[in-house]
Design a protein around this ligand. Structure first.
Ligand SMILES: NC(=O)c1ccc[n+]([C@@H]2O[C@H](COP(=O)([O-])OP(=O)(O)OC[C@H]3O[C@@H](n4cnc5c(N)ncnc54)[C@H](OP(=O)(O)O)[C@@H]3O)[C@@H](O)[C@H]2O)c1
Length: 320
């Protein structure tokens, strides 16, 4: 009995120590106090996780915030919390399912026709290690939601962003891009055995390649685009992996939590990339833990980026 008590006390102590460590040492926080009155920001996947914290932060700074979500009920619940906490009523929910070209086009049309301005586009929504499933338009889920959906959205909103320049796009990605490969012969991973890890890596790499290509496609537009890795953050992103079983949810999940950032901490790099005046004019960069990091060699091939861009235009029927 005594051994059990000592073990449990020791484990609790270590766990508490890790939580304190995370709270006081890992928490790099963006300290800029830029105000956003008169500015409009779109945040995709803003109903939970990192996107929710980014939307919340922008609302506190006075922005008009458009929460682009696929589930209007969840969106509205979060919107109410953000409004109550920030005292900013200028926060709106708009439907945008990034797995559907039709939904993205409807959303972008609404923004282009009805919003006076647009200064910030935060391409945050995403899935990780999703089981094999095609989007409504027949794209592999990671490629379709994390990359192609945001590719289309960005291109449909570029004129609006450019008119309101200087404006910024932040593309949230993952360091898994470094292990990624773009399989041009099988972008949908349908010819080989499906591996969700490989699908997530490919989509993460596609985001980094396309962010750099964006800067070459739209020079002089007054719109900059950069990539951010939020770091390992305890959100709902693991819903298709460790959060699936009860044991994971009850034991592994909480244990891992001690090592992870809170969603608010995970959001800091995104907020910095959207607001930091020192980043003005910087385009196609990758930020990790709020510091710029050299892009890995597998993501610097211009030819590959251009090829991916052209395929993405065709697949999303951008020019029709
Ligand atoms: N958390 C991490 O450790 C970590 C690490 C590296 C990179 N990231 C990246 O950070 C971003 C935010 O993730 P998170 O950690 O905040 O995860 P999360 O809590 O799971 O949030 C993901 C958001 O994306 C939305 N989403 C998923 N599929 C969508 C679709 N088809 N259309 C529109 N929205 C959709 C979700 O909406 P529903 O709630 O309706 O599903 C949710 O709002 C992702 O791009 C992720 O890849 C996260």
């Amino acid at each position: 009995m005594r051994t059990v008590t000592v073990t449990l006390t020791g484990a609790a102590g270590i766990y508490g120590g890790l939580v304190l460590y995370r709270e006081y040492f890992v928490k790099a926080q963006y300290t800029g106090n830029e105000q956003l009155f008169g500015k409009t920001a779109i945040v995709t996947g803003a109903n939970t996780g990192i996107g929710k914290e980014v939307a919340h932060d922008f609302a506190r700074r006075g922005a008009r915030v458009i929460m682009a979500c696929r589930d209007m009920k969840k969106c509205e619940q979060t919107r109410e919390k953000i409004v109550a906490d920030s005292f900013n009523t200028n926060v709106a929910c708009r439907e945008c399912d990034l797995s559907s070209i039709e939904s993205i086009k409807r959303f972008a049309d609404d923004i282009n026709q009805n919003e006076k301005s647009l200064h910030l586009l935060i391409n945050n929504a995403g899935v990780m290690w999703h089981p094999s499933k095609l989007t409504k338009d027949g794209f592999e889920q990671h490629l379709g939601v994390n990359y192609l959906g945001h590719f289309l959205l960005t291109n449909l909103l570029i004129e609006k962003l450019s008119t309101c320049s200087p404006s910024r796009i932040v593309n949230v990605t993952s360091p898994m891009y470094k292990r990624g490969q773009i399989d041009f012969d099988d972008l949908n991973i349908s010819k080989k055995v499906f591996n969700p890890k490989i699908a997530y890596e490919q989509a993460s790499l596609a985001i980094v390649l396309a962010t750099q290509e964006f800067c070459r496609q739209y020079p002089g537009s007054g719109v900059i685009a950069n990539c951010v890795n939020p770091g390992i953050t305890r959100t709902e992103i693991a819903r298709h992996t460790i959060d699936k079983s009860i044991i994971s949810r009850v034991i592994i999940g909480p244990a891992l939590k001690a090592f992870m950032k809170t969603p608010m901490q995970g959001a800091q790099g995104v907020i910095q990339c959207a607001l930091d005046p020192q980043l003005e004019g910087q385009c196609g960069k990758y930020f990790n833990d709020m510091k710029e990091e050299a892009i890995a060699p597998n993501a610097t091939n211009e030819k590959e980026a251009k090829r991916l861009w052209l395929i993405s235009e065709r697949w999303t029927r951008l020019n029709k």
